[in-house]
Design a protein around this ligand. Sequence first.
Ligand code: ZN
Length: 137
Amino acid sequence: MKFHTKYLWVHTKNIHDYINITRDVEEAMLESGIKEGMILVSAMHITAGIYVNDAESGLIHDIEQWLEQVAPYNINYKHHQTGETNGDAHLKSLVIGHEIIVPVTNGRLDFGTWQQIYYAEFDGQRDKRILIKVMGE
Ligand code: ZN
């Protein structure tokens, strides 16, 4: 069993951003040399998420609007009593989830046609890290 660990750094221009990291994950798989196994992809932050879905700009806009309804910005969250202002970002991260597992079969990411891996940033404009952990043989 081989293990390969890689860290991606992101620093988004906007507070919210959606970054397609599918190629980065594929690259980590190629570096590892595995043909069968799985890859854990994890946002190493409590105000960001990782998800798998379509790389379609309208859908990304819909996701953003939906999350804003579920966890609106700038309401009086208890978390803000600590001096923080990012209560919504924590809740959005919980809705999206902070990690995914990608199957690897025959040396390829074993995805359906439209599946892409996204890093979702909800409290950006600073350095953030993503963990990619490849496991297999
Ligand atoms: Zn916070």
